[in-house]
Design a protein around this ligand. Structure first.
Ligand code: ADP
Ligand code: MG
Length: 324
């Protein structure tokens, strides 16, 4: 879907903000860039929709060079959500969301219906929100509208640059969880920037860790936890308080089931794991198989995957973070 081939960005001052990056972001993937401030995340993101021109190398979208796309076509087909809420203050919520669909000359009924659908899908009642001005919404609600606006014209790709980092912890956690649900539904390619390891673990199908403009490691959350590429990644995980061993040995299967981190479904025969087994043991088992069945109160109740465990652990971390 999005392919980087030896992409380098050198700003006027000679600094290499992004250096020789090769990447392949898959169709429908939730792809997260993470790294310390100044490592080149925003630059990388903005090169995708040509907000920043690259210096050398090539980016392809669907195997066509981005430089070969018509710039409007490119921008309209890539949604973009910024950290700072960037709604136009004098326009209503509906008018804000309708900008790109109108540029694309969708008809009025279709736009109206689309906005109703999208607002409802992020938990904002369309009829009570569509005619309000941004100032009449909370920060969390405005950022939801920011997400809706990026999705409005049904783009295949959505770029999100630290979209939740200005929000309070509660709104932030709520939006993260809604994003997971939303992504399952829309299955778009999302390229997401954060400096928060917990957020990355919770949301990412794959995480790309950057340092000084280069990719240090690019893999699934579980693989990064299991095999950090080097000391930098290890330290970064620790600074984010993401320590799989401490955490996954602390919790048992019952905790996950009771918090809903499993797929409730019929399981034939006996479950693989009892409710008192440590999550750590499941994680080990899931390195050689994709799914395990679990029981609660002596009955097999459903299935757990690696993704469930990562999301469960990320959520525990977020909660612990709040208590500190
Ligand atoms: P991040 O988003 O990871 O914090 P950026 O992509 O914004 O990092 O920046 C990467 C590097 O490029 C930083 O060292 C930053 O100072 C530099 N940089 C960013 N924008 C410009 C610019 N317009 N001109 C010169 N240097 C820039
Ligand atoms: Mg940035």
């Amino acid at each position: 879907m999005i392919r980087f081939e030896k992409v380098t960005k050198q700003y006027q001052n000679g600094e290499h903000a992004v250096n020789n990056v090769d990447l392949n972001i898959k169709d429908g993937e939730f792809f997260v860039f993470i790294g310390p401030s100044g490592c080149g995340k925003t630059t990388t993101l903005k090169m995708i929709n040509r907000l920043i021109p690259l210096t050398t190398g090539t980016i392809y979208i669907d195997e066509k060079r981005i430089s070969d796309y018509n710039i409007h076509e490119l921008r309209w087909n890539i949604g973009y959500v910024l950290q700072q809420i960037a709604l136009f203050p004098h326009m209503t919520i509906e008018e804000n969301i309708a900008i790109v669909p109108e540029l694309k000359k969708w008809d009025k009924d279709k736009i109206h219906q689309r906005i109703t659908e999208l607002l409802d899908s992020v938990g904002l009642d369309a009829e009570s929100y569509r005619n309000r001005k941004p100032a009449e919404l909370s920060g969390g609600e405005q950022q939801r509208v920011g997400v809706v606006r990026a999705l409005a014209a049904d783009p295949e790709i959505i770029l999100m640059d630290e979209p939740f980092s200005a929000l309070d912890p509660i709104s932030r956690q709520k939006l993260q969880q809604d994003m997971i649900v939303l992504q399952r539904k829309i299955k778009k390619t999302i390229v997401f920037v954060t400096h928060d390891m917990q957020e990355a673990m919770m949301l990412g199908d794959r995480i790309c860790i950057m340092k000084d403009g280069e990719v240090v490691q690019c893999d699934t959350p579980n693989e990064i936890l299991k095999n950090p590429a080097n000391e930098f990644v290890q330290n970064f995980l620790e600074s984010g308080n993401v320590n799989k061993h401490v955490l996954s040995s602390k919790f048992i299967v019952r905790d996950m089931i009771d918090q809903g981190y499993f797929d409730a479904q019929k399981v034939d025969g006996e479950a693989d794991f009892a409710e008192t087994v440590a999550v750590e043991v499941l994680l080990q088992q899931l390195s050689s198989q994709t799914v395990v069945s679990v029981e609660r109160d002596g009955k097999a109740v459903g299935l757990i995957t690696q993704q469930h465990i990562i999301q469960f652990l990320a959520n525990q971390l977020a909660r612990e973070g709040e208590r500190v």
